[in-house]
Write a protein that binds this ligand. Sequence first.
Ligand SMILES: Nc1nc2c(ncn2[C@@H]2O[C@H](COP(=O)(O)OP(=O)(O)OP(=O)(O)O)[C@@H](O)[C@H]2O)c(=O)[nH]1
Ligand SMILES: [Mg+2]
Length: 260
Amino acid sequence: MSDRSTEMVTEAPVTRTAREIGKVTKLKTTLLVLTLNEIEGMKAIMPLVKREWCDQIIIVDGGSTDGTIEWARENGYFVYIQKQRGFRHAYTEVLPYVEGDVIITFSPDGNSIAELIPPLVAKVREGYDMVIVSRYLNEAQSQDDDFITGFGNWLFTRTINLLHGGKYTDAMVIYRAYRKQIVHDLGLTQDEGYTMAEKLFHTKISWEPLLSVRAAKRKLKVAEIPGDEPPRIGGERKLRVIQWGGAYYFQFLREIFCWR
Ligand SMILES: Nc1nc2c(ncn2[C@@H]2O[C@H](COP(=O)(O)OP(=O)(O)OP(=O)(O)O)[C@@H](O)[C@H]2O)c(=O)[nH]1
Ligand SMILES: [Mg+2]
């Protein structure tokens, strides 16, 4: 599937000296597996993730009570249990444990196809700052979307493209790989990008949409590869359509005026 990836670079395509390519291909990778009561998904999906695909795997848990944590530890995974509630705190808290130069974020609830990890890593090693597994590129499809989430993802992606100069087909998905350095360069660990949106909509949000917005604003080298989103396996959906939708949309508008 990786041969049908889109290039979103605005400058010349990646042309590098052999020395630079050497540096890029040596990049170490850390897979972050996000869990909150995903025992069925974990049992079905994690055996499909070959441990040699990434240099490090961390299970980042939001406080599961269904045996997810115990199962992960029994199967030899390092588990980090977040202290503060909410996706973005999962990421900021686990960051000091990340040894890789590249972070891959992965959902073990059935929505992320494990076999796409190697082509995703290969693509990022071509020299991109971020590579997204797009559910809407070429023939890729989401079987997890309902009408509202499908429309929301379309609207949010188009809004980011229009307001911030992105060329995304999927600016919202978790499944992606990016260089750890850009987390700092784009100020993703700083509260200022989230607090007003979170207060207004009484929720905690994740950082993928802001990452997409700021990567577009900075004109980073971004690519997408197509990847289906199969339906969720077991467990419960945590998505809060109205609250997260409102908070993310507010963030996109705020970014017109804030952050360079
Ligand atoms: N560490 C952590 N993981 C979470 C949290 N909320 C959800 N997750 C996990 O993150 C992964 C991705 O969740 P999502 O796919 O965004 O949410 P979902 O509930 O599956 O909803 P949809 O996929 O949009 O239908 C799942 O494995 C969830 O269990 C959280 O607050 N902390
Ligand atoms: Mg999901």
